[in-house]
Design a protein around this ligand. Structure first.
Ligand SMILES: CC(C)(COP(=O)(O)OP(=O)(O)OC[C@H]1O[C@@H](n2cnc3c(N)ncnc32)[C@H](O)[C@@H]1OP(=O)(O)O)[C@@H](O)C(=O)NCCC(=O)NCCS
Length: 172
């Protein structure tokens, strides 16, 4: 358990290095218990997108990560695939700081003009986080139908049957 007086200044934020996928996996297991992501995904991401992946550590313990990737088909687009903080360290500003670093990394890339991400309509913590960083709801996605959820337009079956998502976008 972290000290309840833990401050954001106690957390170290680092760009992803080789073999950090194991740290990301460890955080993912805690944050997404029962719905973990394959470690292969993280290994591939580490190899291809290291400069837009950041890890938060406390006294050497991995506690959070964000991973972004630049689109290879739309060079103006950055995509934030996932952000997670282990349960005992949530609500201390760690995810917001991770996201800021990822956004800055995209901003420094020549030609990236906006960032998008998808989020489950019921994931209020994540939606609030993204809104606090200036992400807005984006209403359409080429080739997909839409569906209204909680009064907002979501992309229908985005990740397969019944897996609707909001798409959110931030201009750089
Ligand atoms: C979403 C998640 C990454 C937030 O991490 P965090 O480090 O706790 O977030 P922060 O402390 O930086 O919070 C930043 C803002 O997000 C929002 N937020 C975070 N947790 C929230 C919660 N439980 N309820 C409502 N809003 C919340 C708030 O607006 C918060 O700002 P505030 O504290 O000034 O009010 C974390 O809850 C998590 O890992 N969840 C499981 C994985 C997940 O769903 N990831 C997102 C989809 S990929």
């Amino acid at each position: 358990m972290p000290n309840k007086d833990l401050k954001l200044q106690d957390i170290k934020f680092k760009m992803c290095k080789r073999n950090d996928f194991l740290k990301i996996r460890e955080i993912n297991e805690d944050a997404f218990k029962g719905n973990e992501t394959s470690p292969i995904t993280f290994k591939v991401s580490e190899r291809l997108h290291r400069t837009t992946i950041f890890i938060a550590e406390h006294d050497g313990k991995p506690v959070g990560y964000v991973y972004g990737m630049r689109s290879q088909v739309v060079p103006e687009e950055g995509w934030i695939r996932q952000v997670a903080v282990i349960k005992d360290y949530q609500r201390k500003g760690i995810a917001r700081e991770l996201q800021k670093r990822c956004i800055d990394a995209f901003r420094k890339m020549d030609g990236v003009k906006y960032i998008e991400l998808s989020v489950k309509p019921e994931n209020t913590p994540a939606i609030n986080l993204y809104k606090s960083l200036g992400f807005n709801f984006s209403k359409t996605e080429p080739g997909y139908e839409t569906i209204e959820i909680y009064g907002k337009i979501a992309i229908k079956d985005y990740y397969g049957h019944g897996e609707h998502r909001f798409i959110m976008q931030k201009e750089l």
